[in-house]
Design a protein around this ligand. Sequence first.
Ligand code: SAM
Length: 228
Amino acid sequence: SDHNLDYPAAPDAVDWAAHYPAFAGTGKTPEFADVGCGFGGLLIALAPIFPETLMLGMEIRVQVSQYVQDRIAALRTTNKQADESSPAPGPYENVSIVRANAMKFFPNYLPKHSLSAIFFLFPDPHFKSRKHKARIISPTLLAEYAYALRPGGIVYTITDVLDLHEWMRTHLENFPLFEPVDEETLRAEGKGPILDAVRQSTEEGKKVERNNGDKWLACFRRIEVQRE
Ligand code: SAM
């Protein structure tokens, strides 16, 4: 259920040390958020590539989020730093997940300007018009995402549903705090591994691949503003 008691009242009430024990005391909070992360393919792909970056998945389905939690725990155990005296955290210590309805509780987890990347990968399409309000991108929700993203941070969206692609792109284009950024520019900034994972690493993305479906990518930058 979405009962409020299941959720932290605010980001500073989240016990990040429980999520990322190897980073306890560093003051770090998640920098990448995967909204509707499903089975966690993106997070698992990116964790070893950016070992110092904390990453958080949000997933509403209880069993799916439990699966991801177990998957991360297993990866942490089997990849434990061979040299116990090494100060470096082992791989996958930087990745975690919460079971949460991101449409209601995203701001309860992620502080202002804390994120450098937010991912909406193959979100549920909610085809019918009367269901569009259930879509994970809307003007109200974009304000929350923009608040959590630091200036210069990137929103990554991808879908195999053209109508949803146009919906997400239009809403992001029309929102004053975001500007479109093309793939070439992002690759020139060293974000190629992120883009590759966005296209290829998620379970849904692999399914689309197997079915030879199209993948529509759209990325946006959180703009810098003088006064906020
Ligand atoms: N991103 C993953 C991928 O590419 O494989 C999963 C895609 S799946 C089609 C959409 C996921 O979003 C589902 O796992 C669903 O449970 C989750 N989801 C839908 N609405 C959500 C919400 N309000 N908050 C969190 N997760 C949500």
